[in-house]
Design a protein around this ligand. Structure first.
Ligand SMILES: [Zn+2]
Ligand SMILES: [Zn+2]
Length: 368
């Protein structure tokens, strides 16, 4: 059974993979399964570069299987559908986000919350039901069960829109679930990276008043004039933070580095909610006093279910919620990862897969 990635399935595929914890990418040949009766196969056109990809290629969460082909903000065009597929047809534009499988039987799945299914199958570097690894969107071809395929709206650009499939749903879902989607509410967004900048746009589209909370004043101009935030707070500025105490109905905290949350709790009104969507490696300090004084909630969420992801994509198309991206060719990925580590991107890299990903030169033609 120990077949190589290149021969374990019948359909040839290629992409870029990292082979070890150095996280360095190079071209990679592998294979995809045949299109099953409920499967949709599609040509990958664009793929967003998520911060998770960076953590995963270096095995920083201790769950990586090598070789790893990351990418879970994948959009493309359907090339083949199984005989029982109803959702899409050949030629349709589609997307795949963070999930390609779930048990479809548990309570979470019954509630359309596949993202909380204990048997979920992640889009890359994850053991699939047949024991082979899943490979993500830094590749030419995808195949997935139609349940996990997102229909792409006509008027939503594929390239710019790709990051919605992770960054979008990861911030849309908590805004909705925690009721921070009502016009007039005051919502704080902590961190202005890939997730944070989309969170600002969704929160604005819901009609809330948005305060961006950041460590650096340098982002103020951009947050307000470009992303449409209403206010800006420098989290290290005691005076500013004190003046804003007790003013926010909720906060979405997108920061994935260790940071103090006590100052954030003080910004909340009584009954306010602090929702974590970033994943710092070390525990955060959480004293009881600031919580019990105002019946405040600290919560966390991850991704979103497939039904909600479709709803989010349709909402983004309708309200013109579009990430700010920098398009790159695949052979820029190693540099892109270095820049991402330094937060040197506004605000998401998207790989132009179709234009820049070429099959490795055929060895035989060079008679090697
Ligand atoms: Zn992601
Ligand atoms: Zn399930």
């Amino acid at each position: 059974m120990a077949e190589s990635p290149e021969t374990e399935h019948p359909v040839k595929a290629f992409g870029w993979a990292a082979r070890d914890t150095s996280g360095v990418f190079s071209p990679f040949k592998f294979s995809r399964r045949e299109t099953g009766e409920h499967d949709v196969q599609f040509k990958v056109l664009y793929c967003g570069v998520c911060h998770s990809d960076l953590h995963m290629v270096k095995n920083e969460w201790g769950m990586t299987h090598y070789p790893i082909v990351p990418g879970h903000e994948i959009v493309g065009e359907v090339t083949e559908v199984g005989s029982k597929v109803k959702k899409v047809k050949v030629g349709d534009k589609v997307g795949v986000g963070c999930l390609v499988g779930a048990c479809r039987e548990c309570g979470q799945c019954a509630d359309n919350l596949e993202n909380y299914c204990p048997k979920q199958i992640l889009t890359y570097s994850f053991p699939d039901v047949d024991g082979t690894l899943t490979y993500g969107g830094y590749s030419n071809l995808m195949v997935a069960n139609e349940h996990f395929i997102i229909r792409w709206p006509e008027n939503l650009p594929l390239d710019i829109g790709a990051p919605l499939l992770c960054a979008g749903i990861t911030t849309y879902s908590p805004l909705r679930y925690f009721g921070l989607d009502k016009p007039g509410l005051k919502v704080g967004i902590v961190g202005l990276g890939g997730l944070g900048h989309v969170a600002v746009k969704f929160a604005k589209a819901f009609g809330t008043k948005v305060t961006v909370i950041s460590t650096s004043l340098s982002k103020k101009e951009e947050a307000i004039s470009k992303l449409g935030a209403d206010e800006f707070l420098v989290s290290r500025d005691q005076e500013q933070m004190q003046a804003a105490a007790g003013t926010l109905d909720g906060i979405i905290d997108t920061v994935s580095a260790a940071h103090p949350i006590i100052p954030l709790l003080s910004l909340l009104k009584p009954h306010g909610k602090l929702v974590l969507v970033g994943a710092p490696e070390k525990p955060l300090e959480l004293p009881a006093f600031p919580l019990i004084q105002g019946r405040k909630i600290v919560a966390g969420t991850t991704m979103g279910g497939i039904k909600e992801t479709q709803e989010m994509i349709d909402f983004a198309a309708k309200h013109n919620v579009l990430p700010d991206v920098e398009m790159i060719p695949i052979d820029y990925i190693n540099t892109a990862m270095e820049r991402l580590l330094k937060s040197d991107v506004k605000y998401r890299f998207v790989i132009d897969i179709a234009k820049s990903l070429k099959p490795e030169e055929d060895c035989h033609r060079r008679s090697c």
